[in-house]
Ligand binder design. Structure first.
Ligand SMILES: Nc1nc2c(ncn2[C@@H]2O[C@H](COP(=O)(O)OP(=O)(O)O)[C@@H](O)[C@H]2O)c(=O)[nH]1
Ligand SMILES: [Mg+2]
Length: 449
């Protein structure tokens, strides 16, 4: 912990905007030296949270480096909780380099990735799940991802977890009271109440765990694997769906050898479409054989299979076999090349969408079908609160301890398990302070001791 204290003594700076050339670059400076450094650069600070145009000067030569907008956020009312200044510079590399050098001359150092948000966390401005939400918001590629990340950054999971932690702490307090003051004049059913409460809480947490991993899937994006025999038009369909030539199309069977992936925004849901090598025995060609192995692996990992057949030939056994063995996972079946022949209405027991990658026939319907499948799997980012495996692991652990608390044969063991459950919730938010919560709960627990 002393490392953090030493860190917090340092004043850090970083570009808040991307590194490429732009009209404006926002540079943030945070830490105890921010006031002195910005005064050194700009002369005087504007009033808190008000923008002012300022001439920034080199501390040694006095040369003007830029005319910039300056904002001042005195701690603790800032993103990091520390004194923080924002410089809206002209976005050229020489301007940025000049100001950065001047800040280093004043004793600041460049921030490491995530350091501003780390300081915000350490100063209690946000918890771990909110910090993760901020990271997700910055990475969000689609509307549904943005919605989910924003809710997370605004504390959806934090509020839920803190609510559970508060209830859990009061159960623990009751249980400990039942143990410690066993011979005093307390309600005798405190232990039962704690166990009932543990059961209810475990059920509530379990309900949130049964969300079909929607949040995690939305965050990562849905993986759709395109599978089928060589030459049925898998690569052509990928290209048609993403609207560009992402994969090479050729009359030569076995052209696609590695897995080619393209991102697609399906009505707000991010989807990775994986085009794979055609499924066939490729004993003469080692590279193609490896391509087929990769195709099968990707098909195993996929959330959804897009099985492609060609309307002008019988369905190939390898793809039919893979479809039959997809254990429970959804598959969309397509009969391609319907410009050459009418396709069968169903293949492998599933209705076959009639499409032509060449003429575009049926592609809208395919697009809609995929979007609907994606939406049922990940939603629109409006409900799920677990967005990372870390969240799931912590809640699984908490629920397991709660069940243990309920079943424990001794009051001491129930208390022990409740405490462990509380710790698991604490790790989720990064606020482990069990003792702190207990102190608070005990404080208004009326026992004359
Ligand atoms: N007539 C017709 N030809 C197609 C269609 N889709 C793809 N092809 C052709 O079929 C061949 C194989 O296509 P490709 O996308 O490389 O198939 P892949 O091996 O499954 O990836 C190419 O010559 C394509 O131009 C279609 O809908 N109609
Ligand atoms: Mg191909």
């Amino acid at each position: 912990m002393s490392g953090f204290a030493a860190d917090a003594m340092e004043t850090i700076f970083a570009l808040a905007t991307g590194g490429s050339r732009a009209a404006v670059a926002v540079l943030r400076i945070s830490g105890p030296g921010a006031r002195r450094m910005v005064e050194g650069l700009a002369g005087a600070l504007p009033p808190p949270r008000q923008a002012r145009l300022a001439r920034l000067r080199d501390p040694v030569s006095g040369e003007t480096l830029d005319r910039a907008l300056l904002l001042w956020f005195p701690g603790p009312r800032s993103y990091t909780g520390e004194d923080l200044a924002e410089l809206h510079l002209h976005g050229g590399p020489a301007v940025i380099a000049g100001v950065a050098e001047a800040l280093v001359a004043h004793g600041a150092r460049p921030a490491v990735p995530g350091e501003f948000t780390r300081r915000a966390f350490l100063n209690g401005k946000l918890d771990l799940t909110e910090a993760e939400g901020v990271a997700d918001l910055i990475a969000a590629e689609t509307a549904a991802q943005r919605r989910q990340a924003l809710r997370q950054a605004e504390g959806a999971l934090a509020r839920l977890t803190n609510g559970w932690a508060a209830r859990l702490a009061s159960l623990l307090a009751q249980q400990e009271a039942a143990i410690e003051f066993a011979d005093e004049d307390l309600p005798t059913d405190l232990g039962d109440r704690a166990r009932d409460g543990a059961r209810a809480l475990a059920a509530e947490i379990a309900a949130h765990l049964e969300d079909g991993r929607q949040g995690e899937r939305l965050r990562e994006g849905l993986l759709v694997a395109i599978i089928g025999a060589p030459n049925v038009g898998k690569s052509s369909l990928l290209n048609a769906l993403v609207g560009r030539e992402a994969a090479i199309v050729s009359t030569r069977a076995g052209t696609t050898r590695d897995v080619i992936e393209a991102r697609l925004d399906l009505r707000g849901v991010p989807v990775t479409l994986a085009d794979t090598a055609g499924l066939r025995e490729a004993d003469s060609d080692e590279i193609e054989a490896e391509g087929v192995r990769r195709a099968l692996r990707r098909a195993e990992q996929a959330d959804l299979l897009l099985a492609v057949f060609t309307a002008d030939a019988a369905p190939d056994p390898a793809t039919l076999d893979l479809l039959a063995r997809r254990d429970g996972r959804e598959a969309v079946v397509v009969a391609n090349k319907v410009d050459l022949a009418a396709g069968p209405p169903a293949i492998g027991g599933l209705p076959a969408l009639q499409v032509s990658a060449r003429t575009g026939q049926g592609l809208d319907a395919l697009h809609q079908r995929l979007a609907a499948e994606a939406a049922t799997r990940v939603g629109q980012g409006a409900t799920a609160v677990l967005t990372r495996p870390r969240h799931r692991a912590a809640l699984n652990e908490a629920a397991a301890w709660l069940r243990e608390a309920e079943a424990a044969p001794l009051p001491e063991l129930t208390a022990e398990a409740l405490r462990a459950a509380l710790h698991a919730l604490g790790r989720l938010t990064g606020r482990v302070g069990v003792e702190e919560i207990l102190d608070r709960v005990f404080a208004d627990f009326c026992i004359g001791k």
